[in-house]
Design a protein around this ligand. Structure first.
Ligand code: NAD
Length: 476
C-alpha cells in the first residue's frame, strides 16, 4: 500500500522504515529540513538500535523516501499516519497538541478522493472527536476522509522490534459512523504481524486514546510504587531489590518495572501522566487522578535524593568536588535526553558547586546541547579522572559490566553512588570502594557473584534475590 507518515521523529521515522520493511511504499514528511535531509541520505538522526539497517535497505529498494512537502504526502498515498510530537505545554501540565492539529488540518485541506488518517501520537482523550470536526470543516467536497486513532507503544531502544512485533495493535474508530474501513485497512497493513498472533483491539476513539495514557500511567505508578517503598526501606535498612524480587514472583504483580532507583524520564512517561491528570481535571475527574500527582512527585524526589546521596558522599560539601556522572540518556540504548533523570542530577550537582564531567555512550551530543556548561568526556575512565565520586545515573550495559579495576589510579577517591542499583555491590566493596546505592541497603550472597544479568539467582530452590541483577528500564 502507498502510505505516508507525518512527523519523522523517534516514532515516525521508525514507523515509516518498519512499514516499508513490511513491503509498503512509504513517504515520510517532516517540517525539520535537516532531519529530512539526513533521513533521505539513509542516516538516522537519533540513536535507535537496528533502525539504520532497515532505513537504508528500504531506501535502496525504492520503498522509502522523505520530504518536507505536505502536498507530496497528499499526492503519494491514501493512508496517512500522524506521528508528530505532543509535548507538555509551555504553561501548565496539559499536552500541547498544536502540531497534531496543524498536521491534520493542513493535510486534510489537500486531500482528494478516499483517504484514511491514522493517528499514532499520544493525545488526550477527546482529541480524535475534535479533529474529526476540523477535518469535516476543512476538507474539500471532493474528499472522503476517515479518521482512526491507533496509539503507539514502542519503547526507545527496542523501537524496531516493538513496531514489527507489537504486544497488540489498538484501532480506535468513529463510534458514530455507520461504516468504518479503518479496521480492515489496518488489518491488511499489518497482515504479516497479525498472522504471527499479535492481537488487534478494535474500539472507539476515546477508548483507544485512553488505552495509551492509561498504560503509561500504570507503568509510571509501578515505578513510583517501588521507589516509595525504597524510601521506607532506606529508613529501616531493608533491601528493596530483594523485596522487588520477592513480590515480583507473584504473577499478579510481575517483576518488570519494579526497579527502584532514579525513576522514569524521557519524552513520554512524565508528560503523559501530567497530560492525563490535566485532561481528567478538565473532564471533572481531577480528584480521582490526584494519585498521579504523587506518582510524579515520588519520581521527581528520586532525583533530589540522588543529588543528596552524592553530596553526602562528598562530606556534605559539593563545592569544588569532582563528580563523574555516568549516563545522560533517560535510559540505556537511547540518546534521548528529554526530561532525563541522569541529566537533571548532573545539572543539579553543578548548580550546587560541583565540577561535573558526564560520559554517555550515545547521548553526549544531545546532552551537551541541553547543558552546555557541563563537562563531557569520551570514556567513563576519562570522566572519572580525579573524581571524588562516580555517580551512575543510566544503566548502560557497559556501566553495569565495568570492573572497579578500570578506575585504579584514575579516581581521587574510590566512592561510587549507584543511582540504578545495577552494579554488583560486593565486587566494588571487595575492591575497596565505598559503594552506596540510591534506595538503601544492597546485600549479596558471595556465591551469587557473576550472575548479573541472569535474573534473580535461584540456588537449590532458594532465591538469593539480593544479587544485583541489572534489568533495563524499558520505558515507552
Ligand atoms: P519527536 O519530537 O522525536 O518527533 C516529532 C516530529 O514531528 C519531529 O521530527 C517534528 O519536526 C515533527 N513535526 C512537528 N510538527 C510537524 C508538522 N506539523 N508536520 C510534520 N512534522 C512535524 O517525538 P516522538 O518521540 O517521535 O513522539 C511523537 C509522538 O509519539 C508523541 O505524541 C509521543 O508521545 C508519541 N510516542 C512516542 C514514543 C517514543 O518512544 N518516542 C512512544 C510512543 C508514543
Amino acid at each position: 500500500m502507498k502510505l505516508t507518515v507525518i512527523g519523522c521523529g523517534y516514532l515516525g521515522a521508525t514507523h515509516a522504515a518498519c512499514m516499508a520493511e513490511l513491503g509498503h511504499d512509504l513517504l515520510g514528511v517532516d517540517v525539520d529540513i535537516e532531519k529530512v535531509a539526513r533521513l533521505r541520505a539513509g542516516e538516522v538522526p537519533f540513536f535507535e538500535p537496528g533502525l539504520a539497517d532497515i532505513l537504508r535497505r528500504n531506501i535502496a529498494a525504492g520503498r522509502l523516501d522523505f520530504s518536507t512537502s505536505m502536498q507530496s504526502a497528499a499526492d503519494h498515498g491514501t493512508v496517512h499516519f500522524i506521528g508528530v510530537g505532543t509535548p507538555q505545554r509551555a504553561r501548565g501540565y496539559g499536552a500541547d497538541t498544536s502540531a497534531v492539529f496543524s498536521a491534520v488540518e493542513t493535510l486534510a485541506g489537500m486531500l482528494r478522493g478516499e483517504h484514511l488518517i491514522i493517528g499514532k501520537s499520544t493525545v488526550p482523550v477527546g482529541t480524535s472527536a475534535e479533529l474529526a470536526t476540523r477535518i469535516a470543516d476543512l476538507s474539500s467536497n471532493l474528499a472522503t476522509i476517515e479518521l482512526s486513532w491507533s496509539p503507539e507503544f514502542l519503547r526507545e531502544g527496542f523501537a524496531v522490534e516493538d513496531t514489527l512485533r507489537p504486544d497488540r495493535i489498538v484501532v480506535g474508530t468513529d463510534p458514530t459512523a455507520e461504516t468504518t474501513g479503518a479496521a480492515a485497512v489496518i488489518g491488511e497493513l499489518y497482515r504479516e504481524v497479525l498472522d504471527s498472533g499479535v492481537p488487534m483491539v478494535v474500539t472507539d476513539w476515546a477508548t483507544a486514546e485512553l488505552v495509551k495514557t492509561s498504560a503509561n500511567a500504570f507503568l509510571a505508578t509501578k515505578i513510583s510504587f517501588i521507589n516509595a517503598v525504597s524510601e521506607l526501606c532506606e529508613i529501616v535498612g531493608a533491601d528493596v531489590t530483594a523485596l522487588a524480587d520477592a513480590i515480583g514472583y507473584d504473577n499478579r504483580i510481575g517483576r518488570r518495572f519494579l526497579n527502584a532507583g532514579l525513576g522514569f524520564g524521557g519524552g513520554c512517561l512524565p508528560k503523559d501522566i501530567r497530560a492525563f491528570m490535566a485532561r481528567a481535571e478538565e473532564l471533572g475527574a481531577g480528584r480521582t487522578f490526584r494519585f498521579l500527582h504523587e506518582v510524579d512527585a515520588i519520581n521527581m524526589r528520586r532525583r533530589e535524593a540522588m543529588v543528596e546521596l552524592v553530596e553526602s558522599a562528598c562530606h556534605s560539601d559539593l563545592i569544588g568536588a569532582n563528580i563523574a556522572v555516568l549516563g545522560a540518556a533517560f535510559k540505556p540504548e537511547s540518546d534521548d535526553v528529554r526530561d532525563s533523570p541522569a541529566l537533571s542530577v548532573a545539572g543539579q550537582l553543578a548548580l550546587r558547586g560541583a565540577s561535573v564531567t558526564v560520559f554517555d555512550p550515545k547521548a553526549a551530543a544531545n546532552a551537551r546541547r541541553m547543558y552546555p556548561t557541563l563537562n563531557f568526556a569520551e570514556t567513563a575512565r576519562a570522566a572519572a579522572a580525579d573524581a571524588d565520586v562516580i555517580a551512575l545515573t543510566t544503566e548502560w550495559a557497559e556501566f553495569v559490566h565495568m570492573s572497579p579495576d578500570e578506575f585504579d589510579g584514575v579516581v581521587a577517591r574510590k566512592v561510587i553512588v549507584d543511582g540504578r542499583r545495577c552494579l554488583a555491590a560486593a565486587q566494588w566493596r571487595d575492591a575497596g570502594w565505598d559503594y552506596r546505592a540510591l534506595g538503601g541497603e544492597v546485600r549479596r550472597n558471595p556465591q551469587d557473584a557473576g550472575t548479573a544479568g541472569a535474573g534473580p539467582a535461584v540456588h537449590r530452590g532458594i532465591a538469593h534475590s539480593s544479587v544485583q541483577v541489572p534489568r533495563p528500564h524499558v520505558l515507552g
